[in-house]
Design a protein. Structure first.
Lengths: 242, 287
């Protein structure tokens, strides 16, 4: 029972990340245990986005090892991408987008099942967007958009969410709401969170673990360890003072 | 003045046209082609693929020139594989994008157009401008369909509709946000490939109806019109398919009635419909 709950979902050893033969980050290592809330921080250009793409299998790994647990292989990773401008003029309703999270589970089946439709409904309720389901994606506010994409990610997974800068471009109030939602998913629904963020000061309050990607190395440990570490003092300390 | 210009026929004369099987054949094939052309319109527009349609139609023109000069009777058998191949190559190149995708597209489409015209001229045909005009603008080829053309068009159209219905949710997904679905393990490349092949089939089919220069209009106008009025992917798709059929059939009948070229009449009707939809959409937004 205990081993099951503390099951390691993802274990990465000595990763080299980059494009083609150009390494952006090296010696990255960390582990994700079920129920963790891991924040990935670091300056721009240090390979955070590359790490995300590599974890998702969108980009080949240049070196090192990524091990996924059987549970993770089965349920896949739910991904909340950064906003791209192309999507903004897309004619699609909230409902259409959320249910498309089940696409992988469909396989060759051409239509969604009743059960999947009901589950999509449930996720929309969970994120407070059920009232918007017939609305067009184009008409939503930034915070509503993120909730829609989060609901879609929840349809794709019940295990691990990978969030790439989920609060970028949101105003402070909506940012707080978003952090609240993510925390709820982690604590109440038991979903493991991997989140890329710039906003270290804010994430220290939520994260259980921190991965700080630096030039040629990285820090990985619990949030407490991080705050005592050199990297943590330098990087987060300044933010706290501000 | 107007009458002289358009030589409008009397109602009785117009009706009498329907005793000819070729008119019925044209209406059936026109309906099917318009339907399938509109289906992938939204995907093409939103993936910023609008000009791939245009480029492919030029490739199809080049292939048709080769087929015509080689004296092949069932030209479809040459044009279809060549266009499909070009579609796959263009899509591939779009992803790697080492050479600017637009530039490559322009390169391929203009080369195919020039070489096609060159081949027509070298062939020593007595009616080069007539042949070229027919291929580029469709003129009357829809009214001259052989039974082979008819069955080929019907077969391919039905195949496209079936593929579209079966893959509807997948097409939605790769159009909306390829990265997410790829990350969750959906084989987006495969679906991109299928979309490319289907686009090629549509282009080749539509050549008969409107000619290779006007195909983009047939593919894009209905989708753009639908996007002016509707908010869901499903509604935009269904509306554009219906609108496309209505425009194609009325354009076809108008062209018979007014003795105007079929392709450009259909596109003019599509354009008018687009203008109307834009107006309605604009007014609705204001209100």
């Amino acid at each position: 029972m205990d081993t099951n709950e503390r099951e390691t979902l993802l274990s990465c050893r000595d990763l080299t990340l980059g494009y083609e033969n150009h390494a952006v980050a090296e010696h990255i290592g960390f582990e994700v245990t079920r129920g963790d809330y891991l924040c990935i921080v670091g300056e721009n250009g240090r390979g955070k986005s590359t790490l995300v793409k590599t974890l998702l299998g969108l980009q080949p790994l240049l070196g090192g090892q990524i091990e996924r647990s059987p549970a993770l292989k089965r349920s896949t990773i739910g991904y909340l991408p950064q906003q791209t401008p192309v999507q903004r003029d897309f004619p699609a309703t909230v409902e259409e987008i959320v249910i498309s999270g089940f696409l992988k589970k469909c396989g060759l089946r051409p239509f969604y099942t009743k059960r999947e439709r009901a589950k999509a409904e449930e996720k929309m309720e969970r994120l407070g967007i059920a009232a918007l389901k017939k609305r067009c994606y184009r008409e939503l506010s930034g915070g509503q958009l993120q909730r829609v994409l989060l609901a879609r990610a929840l349809c794709a997974t019940d295990t691990l969410l990978l969030l790439d800068e989920p609060v970028a471009g949101l105003d402070p109030k909506v940012t707080q709401e978003m952090y609240g939602i993510i925390e709820g998913l982690n604590r109440e629904d038991g979903i493991t969170i991997l989140m890329i963020s710039h906003d270290i000061a804010a994430v220290l309050g939520y994260a259980t673990h921190i991965l700080h990607v630096m030039h040629g190395s990285c820090f990985f440990g619990t949030t407490e360890e991080y705050q005592k570490s050199e990297a943590g003092k330098l990087f987060a300390g300044g933010d706290h003072a501000a | 003045m107007r009458h002289e210009l358009l030589s409008v026929m009397s109602w009785a004369e117009f009706i009498s046209f329907f005793q000819y099987p070729f008119v019925w054949r044209a209406v059936i094939v026109g309906t099917l082609i318009a339907l399938v052309a509109a289906l992938l319109g939204v995907t093409l527009v939103l993936k910023r693929f609008s000009f791939i349609g245009d480029g492919l139609s030029h490739v199809a023109f080049g292939a048709m020139a080769v087929a015509a000069v080689a004296g092949i009777t069932n030209q479809m058998l040459i044009i279809l594989p060549v266009t499909i191949l070009a579609a796959v190559l263009l899509l591939r190149s779009g992803r790697k994008a080492k050479v600017n995708g637009d530039a490559r597209l322009a390169l391929i489409s203009v080369s195919a157009l020039a070489i096609g015209y060159l081949i027509y001229n070298l062939s020593g045909s007595s009616n080069v401008s007539g042949d070229v005009c027919t291929t580029l603008f469709g003129s009357t080829s829809i009214l001259e369909l052989t039974p082979f053309d008819l069955w080929m068009s019907v077969g391919l159209s039905v195949a496209v509709v079936i593929v579209f219905v079966l893959l509807y949710h997948k097409i939605f997904a790769v159009t909306f946000d390829e990265t997410f679905y790829k990350a969750s393990g959906v084989r987006t490349e495969l679906y991109d490939l299928i979309i490319a092949v289907v686009i090629a089939v549509i282009i080749v089919l539509a050549m008969d109806l409107v000619g290779s220069l006007l195909i983009s209009a047939l593919v894009i106008f209905p989708a753009l019109s639908g996007m002016r009025l509707f908010k869901s992917f499903k509604r935009v798709t269904v509306f554009s398919a219906i609108l496309s059929v209505v425009c194609a059939v009325s354009g076809l009948l108008l062209s018979i009635w007014l003795s105007t070229p079929v392709g450009s009449t259909i596109v003019a009707v599509d354009l008018a419909a687009f203008a109307a939809c834009s107006l309605v959409g604009f007014t609705a937004k204001r209100a």
